[in-house]
Design a protein around this ligand. Structure first.
Ligand SMILES: Cc1ncc(COP(=O)(O)O)c(C=O)c1O
Ligand SMILES: [Zn+2]
Length: 385
């Protein structure tokens, strides 16, 4: 199966680039998105996979941007299991709560999906050196795929990044540069080195292909659930790549006839102490204002004070009739430990935040207790030691 990728299109001004060009952000400052010939994709994909079958990442190649199958860099990403809640959901009055366990991915987080796609495209374009500022998981995922592809990798992380994540990236041979401060400081430090040292920057929303890999989460949902899609998808949102990937994938799946017009409502889960998306949703804004002075948190992946793709995130949430919610810090360890003991799932603080949102939204009446709810546990707790 080959890709039906035709071109990149700027999400704001519509400028186009060909698949053979190496691109970052558009001249207008916004993000490029990959576009496909959906008729060709429809023919190549065939009918939606039958419900219940566990599919694999590269089955969706027609809607992924890697043109030559020889350039696929794979470590066994995707195909994450969905596990119905055994106790925790019922205890909170949620009768149809499901967990998608992304800790089964290479490097134990969903970031492997984005890295698989970004590195495969980088290989296709002849790039030899890749770099990324990261709260941790995206960096170690990129480092693993760069190692698999025989590329050099530089990962710039805040000092406070958990030790196991830094050790993991180093184990893959990446240079791990630690900086004082948070993600904005890491991005600035990387920008200072990138040009003079010739690194290709894979920063969130400055590189167009990580979002494409994350779409496979939605493709898997369509295959697994068939006509009976979840009513609600709850996802922990930092830079918003995962959140936008769902919406883009649902659009494309409608285009190839895999789903109808009914789609899950999307919930973006943030932290009370860093909630630019929640604030913009509440205020009816179309763009995000940076969140000044984000608080200390264990959920480093959600401490993103100024997500670049604000417009895309807000559009995806509103179009799905979704919402955004901020979680208090003390809920993370509380819910994380309950999921370990009651479900046998030890998730990262970001995953715990996503789960914590479900009972909170039931309390406000936004969720119905009979609704089918899919909560994304985006990484394993092992990485946060
Ligand atoms: C475990 C985990 N979950 C969720 C997120 C947020 O992902 P996104 O940037 O796609 O919104 C991150 C980002 O670092 C993460 O590491
Ligand atoms: Zn543009």
């Amino acid at each position: 199966m080959t890709s039906a990728f035709t071109h990149l299109e700027c999400s704001a001004c519509g400028a186009r680039r060909t698949p053979t060009e190496i691109v970052g952000v558009c001249d207008c400052g916004e993000t490029f998105l990959a576009r496909y010939d959906l008729e060709r994709a429809r023919a190549a994909l065939g009918p939606r996979p039958s419900p219940g079958r566990r599919t694999s990442f590269w089955e969706y190649a027609p809607l992924l941007p890697v043109l030559d199958p020889a350039n696929r860099v794979t470590l066994g990403e995707g195909g994450a299991p969905v596990i119905p809640s055994r106790r925790w959901g019922a205890r909170h009055g949620l009768s149809r709560l499901l967990f998608q366990w992304e800790g089964s991915n290479p490097t134990l987080s969903f970031k492997a999906r984005g890295a698989a796609c970004a590195i495969s495209r980088a290989k296709e374009l002849g790039i030899r050196k890749v770099a990324l500022p990261s709260a941790g998981n995206a960096g170690s995922a990129l480092a693993a795929y760069a190692a698999a592809a025989g590329m050099e990798a530089l990962v710039v992380v805040p000092e406070e990044t958990p030790g196991p994540v830094k050790a993991e990236a180093r184990a893959f041979g990446a240079e791990v540069m630690e900086v004082a401060g948070g993600l904005p400081e890491a991005s600035r430090a990387l920008a200072q080195r990138a040009e003079s040292e010739g690194w290709f920057v894979c920063s969130t929303w400055m590189e167009p292909y990580r979002v494409e890999g994350k779409k496979t989460m939605a493709f898997e949902i369509a295959g697994r659930f068939g006509e009976d899609l979840p009513d609600v998808i709850i996802f922990p949102t930092g830079g918003g790549v995962g959140t936008v990937a769902f919406w883009k994938a649902f659009d494309e799946m409608e285009g190839v006839g895999w789903i109808g017009t009914r789609r899950p409502r999307l919930v973006a889960v943030q932290l009370e102490s860093c909630a630019p998306i929640v604030r913009a949703m509440d205020n009816g804004d179309e763009t995000l204002e940076p969140w000044l002075e984000p608080g200390e948190t264990d959920a480093a992946g959600l401490k993103v004070p100024a997500p670049r793709a604000g417009k895309l995130i807000l559009k995806a949430l509103r179009a799905s009739r979704g919402t955004a919610i901020g979680i208090p810090e003390n809920e993370l360890s509380h819910v994380g430990s309950a999921l370990g003991k009651e479900e046998g799932l030890w998730t990262s603080p970001e995953g715990a935040a996503a789960a914590a949102a479900a009972p909170m939204l039931l309390d406000t009446g936004w969720l119905g207790k009979e609704e089918k709810i899919l909560v994304f546990l985006t990484a394993s707790g092992l990485k946060y030691g």
